[in-house]
Design a protein around this ligand. Structure first.
Ligand code: FAD
Length: 307
């Protein structure tokens, strides 16, 4: 059995693996896709000490760092169930195998909810973006739309309004769903236009990059086109925790509830990164969080009675 078994091989899982392995304890990491979301990221410019890199390059560096230590890496393995026990915790994989461990770190990350309209996939990273903290500066002086009028959409619109030339905020419902304080801040900005009751139907482009967005006025049924260079999709970040439902405490958004040491509601089970209630979903935060969960798990192990 493992002393620490990590499920998920993104920045959080990789950092947890390095920290656990450096304690000289038996460490394993099982992940569906080693690297996680950074594999889908074009440029990374906000991981301090690395001025500029590319997602796949960063993912490779994560893997190299983990491989430098004695860590059992199980790639292309999807976990389907967590079975807590008094001394051993079991993680069941889709392939039927069951892994046993004295402590488990869950770092299965999250995924952005997609619009599911034509052009979204085609122009992803070519004008279609999901993370204003990451990609906002790429649109300096340009026109963008933010799709989604909840807290994250309105926050994104406010954030982007300070960087880009113009923001069109598009909300499906008849009203914005963000907190009142955010809505009034938004209303005070001269370069933001809000369109309500609008269903985004297409992201258009010239074959290379985005040049517009088409939406349907849900009241009249009429279609309109907005010319712009970027579309930020802000309709929700979904944690990859469906497989944990009923086993440990999740927030109403499905995030794993953790304390300051990354401990979940189940003893011996820790969690880190985008899959958890830790705010602000970023690489550097996930990595720090993974380190913290590994130290939390180590702390747990040296206090538990099993030798
Ligand atoms: P993830 O990176 O999501 O990794 C999760 C891991 O768990 C993966 O290995 C996955 O395969 C695995 N997994 C999931 N479910 C299971 C399962 N059931 N069983 C086994 N394994 C499973 N952040 C920045 O700081 N800067 C940026 O520039 C930036 N740009 C971004 C651009 C894009 C397009 C996207 C999508 C995100 C971007 N982010 C950026 C956010 C950043 O990528 C995430 O915050 C970070 O990757 C979270 O790390 P994580 O380890 O918690 O989760």
């Amino acid at each position: 059995p493992f002393d620490v078994l990590i499920v998920g091989g993104g920045p959080a899982g990789a950092a947890a693996a390095v920290y656990a392995a450096r304690k000289g304890i038996r460490t394993g990491i099982a992940s569906e896709r080693f690297g996680g979301q950074v594999l889908d990221t074009l440029g990374i410019e906000n991981f301090v000490s690395i001025k500029e890199t590319e997602g796949p390059k960063f993912a490779l560096a994560l893997e190299e760092h983990v491989r430098h230590y004695d860590v059992e890496i199980m790639n292309l393995q999807r976990a389907k169930a967590l079975k807590p026990g008094r001394q051993m915790i079991e993680v069941e994989l889709e392939n039927g195998a069951a892994l046993k461990a004295r402590s488990v770190i869950l770092s299965t990350g999250a995924r952005w909810r997609k619009l599911g309209v034509p052009g979204e996939e085609q122009y992803r990273n070519k004008g279609v973006a999901y993370c204003p903290h990451c990609d906002g500066p790429l649109f300096k002086g340009k026109r963008v739309a933010v799709v989604g009028g909840g807290n994250s959409g309105v926050e994104a619109a406010i954030d982007l309004a300070g960087i880009v030339q113009h923001v069109t905020l598009i909300e499906f419902g008849e009203q914005l769903r963000a907190d009142a304080v955010l809505q009034s801040k938004l209303a005070s900005l001269p370069n933001v236009k809000t369109i309500l009751n609008a269903q985004t139907t297409e992201v258009t482009g010239d074959g290379q990059k985005v040049n517009g967005l088409v939406y349907k006025d849900r009241a009249s049924g009429e279609e309109h086109r907005v010319e712009l260079e970027g579309v930020f999709v802000q309709i929700g970040l979904v944690p990859n925790t469906e497989w944990l439902k009923g086993t440990l405490e999740l927030s109403r958004h499905g995030e794993i509830v953790v304390d300051a040491k990354g401990q979940t509601s189940v003893p011996g089970v820790f969690a880190a990164g985008d899959a958890t209630t830790v705010p602000f979903k970023q690489i550097i935060i996930a990595a720090g969080d993974g380190a913290k969960a590994a130290l939390g798990a180590f702390d747990h192990l040296i206090r538990s009675s099993v030798p």
